[in-house]
Each structure stands twice: as structure tokens, then as C-alpha cells.
Design a protein. Sequence first.
Lengths: 163, 163
Amino acid sequence: MTAPRAEIARAEVMCRERGVRLTDQRRRVLEILCAAGRPVGAYEIMDAMREGPRVVAPPTVYRALEFLLEQGLIHKIESLHAFVGCDHPEHPHSSEFLICLECGDVAELKDDAVERSLASVTRESGFLPRRRVVEVMGICARCARKEECARKEEADRVRGLVD
Amino acid sequence: MTAPRAEIARAEVMCRERGVRLTDQRRRVLEILCAAGRPVGAYEIMDAMREGPRVVAPPTVYRALEFLLEQGLIHKIESLHAFVGCDHPEHPHSSEFLICLECGDVAELKDDAVERSLASVTRESGFLPRRRVVEVMGICARCARKEECARKEEADRVRGLVD
DNA sequence: GGACGACATGATATCTTATAACGTGCCGAC
DNA sequence: GTCGGCACGTTATAAGATATCATGTCGTCC
Ligand SMILES: [Zn+2]
Ligand SMILES: [Zn+2]
Ligand SMILES: [Zn+2]
Ligand SMILES: [Zn+2]
């Protein structure tokens, strides 16, 4: 929830270099996504924008999202119908996510092993990839540890009762 | 569009073995998916079911889909909001798809290279995977060939005009 | 400076996808 | 027989996304 100054500044520069306009609406959406640091749905973004001066309608949000996606500044997470700011938008890349079912945390993979293995599989079959969606739902390391502790405590408690 | 007798028979056996019920509604949905041989949306399935004796409402379709997903008889393609019958449901597996943007054809990968590289990446980070979504959008081999031919013909035509 | 065109936004309506909530009927266990 | 679990019916509504047309904004060209 830190102010996403750095991300915005970076985006400004990238857009200027490319000759595209990071307008108020687009910047606002990017700010909301970066500040959240988690997947946010389009309608939630819309609500967040309402807090400002004016009311916005769905197309406004979706248009801003479309632009940010094109520029590689954000990613869409298909399995959540939600969007996240990109960690490292400097170079265009396909995104891969680890999504925690417990705490909702989302981590963007930077490793390209998956990308390479996908590339080799598709090349073999003559398929020309354009966009990749790789999303793994599961339990993140932190939640796994927490659950492990809880299990232990429970076991201890039961042992205590039996004694 | 072949009659999906084999798939249905196989599903019947699997359900019996597991002690779960492949009811009329569930079988009907599976038939529609297998017969289509392409991704089909829930509401399209609903329309297909209407052709039969009775009217069905969305929850009926979604409940059947939920059951079939649980039993591994079908997969959901997140990026299309659609469902497909599974090629090889005998052993539970996570699904990986190549989706053609041109003709809409969907191929389920059987190769497990992607699965393995994903597994190693997630293991390293202490993440416990539950469900994987791997969907690659692009141009299938057949459409790529077709486009290649079209490009050649166009080039020939232009050469002809210049001459 | 004024006309024009490209692009961005506003506003309204509608469409698609998915689920909540509650009731009914079937069937086997006891 | 009745009880409980499960599948299904029915109605309503939530949630996500897009189509369409009007309006505004801004730089360019004359
Ligand atoms: Zn990224
Ligand atoms: Zn977690
Ligand atoms: Zn499968
Ligand atoms: Zn194709």
C-alpha cells in the first residue's frame, strides 16, 4: 500500500518514449493497481475512482485497462477476472502467476523456465504463440507455514486432552 | 461432431467406480461438450439443452459443469469462459491448451514438460500448487500454413500486376 | 486565429457470465 | 414410515464486459 511513485514515474517515461499518452484516467487506474499490490477487479477500480471528483462508468475503466495492457504496464489474471500492476514493465514479457487461495497474494514469476518449455512444446507442434496465460492456484509459502503451525498446535492440544 | 459414444461410456464406468452419479443432466452436458469438440460456453450449452424436452436454467448447467470438472471429465478454459471435454480423463491431470485465434480450434497438450518446469519453479519458492491454468493463444499449424499460402498468392498477384 | 481530424472520454443501455437462496422430489438407511 | 442427503427446479440478482453514440480536447495545417 505504499504510494506507487516509482511505478508511475517509470510509466510516464515509457509512455513518453513511445509517443503514447498516459492520461489522467489511465494514470489513476495504474496508481490504484500499483497501490493495491494485489489483483483488483474492474468494478473495484471503478469504485476507487469514484472517490475522486467525478463519477466514472465501466467503459472508462475498461478503456484505461486496455491501454495499460497494451503498454505492458499491467497484467490481467484470467482466473480471477482481475488486474495487477506489472513488477518489471521495462521489457515486454508474458506473465506467469502464483496465486494463493488462502491469503489472495499474487506473485509474478520472473523465471523463464516455464516460458522456454512452453516455447519448445508449441514450436514442435507448429503453433505460433501470441499470448500466454499461466496461472497456478495454490498455497503460498507463508500460508503453508502458518497451516503447518496450526496443525502442530492442534496435535499438541489433542495430546494434552488425552493425557 | 462424431457421436461421443466412447467418451460417454468411459465416463459412465468412471463414475460407477467412484460411486458418484452421472445423472441425465450431467450426461447431457458431457455429450454436448464432447460432440462439439471445441470450447462451448455455459449459456450455449443451456441453449443446446433446451432443444430437448424441458427448459433448463443457468444453475442447472453450472451444477452439471461443476460436477464434471470435479470428476476431471471436462476442463474450463478461463480465457474463453468456456468448457471442453477432456481427451483422456482416466488419470487426473492439469490441463494445458493451445488455442487458435484464427479458427478457434483448441488442442490439449499431453506433454508434461510444462508441468514439470512449473512444478520445479513452484517447489523452489515453497508454493504448494493445487490447480494450474496454462492457456496459449496463437495461430495453429493449419491456419499458419493457410496464411502462408495466402501471402504467397498475394505476392504472386502483385508481381503479375507489376510485370 | 480558425477549421479539421485523431484521439480520449462521457453517458446510456445492454449483453454475457455466474451465483445466491429457497423449494421440491427422489431414494436409500435405519 | 420418516429421516437425511442429494440432485434438480425456479426466481432473482450479482458481477464482468461491451456496443453505441455524443461530447470534449488538443495539436496540426492553412
Ligand atoms: Zn509483468
Ligand atoms: Zn497465502
Ligand atoms: Zn484433460
Ligand atoms: Zn487455426
